[in-house]
Design a protein around this ligand. Structure first.
Ligand code: MG
Length: 238
């Protein structure tokens, strides 16, 4: 059984609501760009935009807005005006200023575990966005370490643990994404705990077959996580 030396948390939609911000921004993009393309083409183009450009612009607000503009500029260059661009950039600024709403159980959970284990925040995306959200969240002081990955791969987790001298069986990670927080953590032999979020980005979904060899734990919400840590830590053989 594990005996933890580090407890790690995902941030977006684990500690604070984030996906709703992007759903609202997608709706606003459709309004701003209305008429540039037929409605159904615009909806499809904006759905594809960020995924196709992830390798260039990454995750986050700037990637979202640049990808949308790039897609529409390629499909309908003659219809995209400076006014559209200005409104999209204004949307990016409003998104950046948005204060994330913490998940209800996040603060009590962190308070209970803080000081007893080192707590790490492991997220991915644009460092500027992620640092701003952490600062606005009021949760920053709980964390001993903050790491912002480009992408949450098994290699990224393994490299971090190696650098910090933490063995995988001493490491536990909780998050809402099967793709980013559960699967890669299982793959390096650490303990992964899934807590579902109300809205999930399509890109983060995982086919059941991919999880076939993955032994992970599911909780209904983050309010159950401190009990889970205590129970599984105490059962450990030193
Ligand atoms: Mg997340």
């Amino acid at each position: 059984m594990p005996r933890y030396s580090v407890i790690a948390f995902d941030a977006d939609d684990t500690l604070w609501h984030n996906e709703q911000l992007f759903l609202d921004a997608r709706a606003r993009s459709l309004q701003i760009l209305d008429g540039v393309l037929p409605r159904h083409e615009l909806v499809a183009a904006l759905e594809r935009a960020q995924l196709e450009n992830l390798q260039f612009f990454g995750y986050g607000i700037k990637g979202f807005v640049l990808s949308n503009l790039d897609m529409v500029a390629r499909l309908a260059p003659e219809r995209l005006s400076g006014h559209h661009v200005a409104q999209m950039l204004e949307l990016a600024k409003r998104m950046f200023e948005h204060k994330p709403l913490p998940i209800e159980q996040a603060e009590p959970c962190l308070r209970r575990l803080h000081g007893r284990w080192p707590l790490w925040l492991l997220t991915k995306g644009d460092p500027l966005d992620q640092k701003a959200k952490l600062r606005h969240s009021g949760l920053e002081h709980f964390f001993d370490r903050v790491e912002i990955f480009d992408s949450k791969t098994p290699q990224a987790y393994a490299a971090l643990l190696r650098r910090e001298g933490v063995r995988p069986h001493e490491f536990i990670m909780v998050g809402n994404s099967l793709r980013s927080d559960v699967l890669p953590v299982c793959q390096i032999g650490a303990t992964a705990v899934h807590v579902p979020s109300a809205v999930e980005w399509e890109h983060e979904r995982v086919e059941p077959a991919e999880l076939a060899d993955c032994q992970f734990h599911s909780l209904q919400h983050l309010g159950q996580f401190a009990d889970f840590v205590e129970a599984t830590h105490q059962n450990a053989t030193p």
